[in-house]
Design a protein. Structure first.
Ligand code: FPP
Length: 233
């Protein structure tokens, strides 16, 4: 499928990506896991630029899950400092990139310095009209649903589907259409559980640091061929 055909047909409004395989990519090239994560962060930056240029509406990426704290302490420290470094880069380039950037997840567990940067980035980009980029940090789909339901319960509001939905971290985003997972794994791993109820799934063997816009076009081409019935006939 050529790029032109894809861009002329309806695009998924909201794409979620589970960026998996940084560690295996590093191993393949006999490098440290840290190098894999850094290459993964660069791959994300390139993809965001290309998707924005193509007019995609919204991308949500899984940068750090509520379960990732269980990793080796040094790896957690490295991932957090890498995320901090890239949040700063997104701040520096906010005007030029024109993307609206939001962080989803429970940010209360993050270091104060990182939380301040995130707040600054969100404020700085809130009126941008390029692609909406949601970065999931300390994010878990189950945790998100519990937080939304607790909010309703605490405020004496009936727990309904629309009530929960309007208190999810993605309440500001269009409905999720497509979830992509790299590196050959085929599971959601607690990513956008509620939102993925009727999203299309696409898995590829490509390791995240090697993922390019051409791979995204492959996923979108598949999406455009699917018959979505949302439970109806
Ligand atoms: C999974 O690969 C990847 C992660 C847990 C981290 C994802 C983070 C990035 C792509 C970079 C940082 C993001 C931003 C926003 C700057 P893995 O380590 O589980 O790989 P493996 O399964 O091959 O070991």
């Amino acid at each position: 499928m050529s790029k032109k055909n894809i861009l002329n047909a309806p695009l998924p409004r909201h794409i979620g990506i589970i960026m998996d395989g940084n560690g295996r990519w590093a191993k393949k090239y006999l490098m440290k896991r840290e190098v894999g994560h850094r290459s993964g962060a660069q791959a994300l930056k390139r993809l965001v630029k290309a998707m924005t240029a193509d007019g995609f509406e919204c991308l949500t990426v899984y940068a750090f899950s509520t379960e990732n704290w269980k990793r080796d302490e040094a790896e957690v420290r490295y991932l957090m400092s890498l995320i901090h470094e890239y949040i700063q880069q997104y701040i520096d380039e906010a005007k030029k990139d024109n993307n609206r950037i939001r962080v989803i997840g429970d940010t209360s567990a993050l270091k104060e310095g990182l939380r301040d940067k995130i707040e600054h980035l969100e404020e700085l980009t809130q009126n941008n009209d390029g692609m909406l980029l949601n970065i999931a940090i300390n994010y878990g789909g189950r945790d998100e649903i519990v937080r939304a339901a607790s909010h309703l319960a605490k405020n004496g509001i009936d727990i309904t589907e629309s009530g929960i939905e309007s208190h999810l971290d993605t309440a500001h985003a269009p409905p999720l259409d497509l979830v992509i997972r790299t590196s050959g794994e085929m599971r959601l791993s607690n990513f956008l559980l509620w939102q993925a109820a009727y999203a299309e799934l696409y898995c590829t063997d490509v390791l995240w640091p090697d993922f390019k816009i051409s791979h995204l076009y492959d996923a979108v081409a598949q999406f455009q061929k699917r018959d979505r019935r949302f439970g109806g006939r």
